[in-house]
Design a protein around this ligand. Structure first.
Ligand SMILES: [Zn+2]
Length: 103
């Protein structure tokens, strides 16, 4: 996985439902919402905030993690933190080029 390339492709906005999109913002300070958490999802303002200074791999994982939180809330799935972390690992394989969809 080319993490640097993926990091550069993180957009400013990501669509989550037909009507809802989340803005992706980068914070200069660390966010300590929970242990090992370097991002935060604000459901009220529809913002995903990621911490700068992570390695490209960490930043991409944090991004996927926070996206899963937003999907979970917008679709009323109610994933727990532990379930989000497990989905985050699965998502890696779903997104892996040439895996779920051949090239
Ligand atoms: Zn989380």
């Amino acid at each position: 996985m080319n993490w640097k390339r993926l990091l550069k492709r993180i957009p400013h906005k990501v669509q989550v439902t037909a009507k809802v999109a989340y803005s992706i913002l980068w914070a200069t300070k660390e966010i300590h919402r929970a242990e090992d958490c370097y991002g935060v999802t604000h459901l009220d303002t529809k913002q995903i905030i990621l911490t700068q200074g992570q390695t490209p791999k960490e930043a991409v994982h944090t991004y996927l993690h926070e996206i899963l939180h937003s999907f979970s809330e917008e679709y009323d799935i109610g994933l727990t933190e532990s379930q989000v972390r497990k989905c985050e690992r699965a998502l890696y394989y779903i997104l892996k080029e040439g895996n779920v969809f051949s090239e």
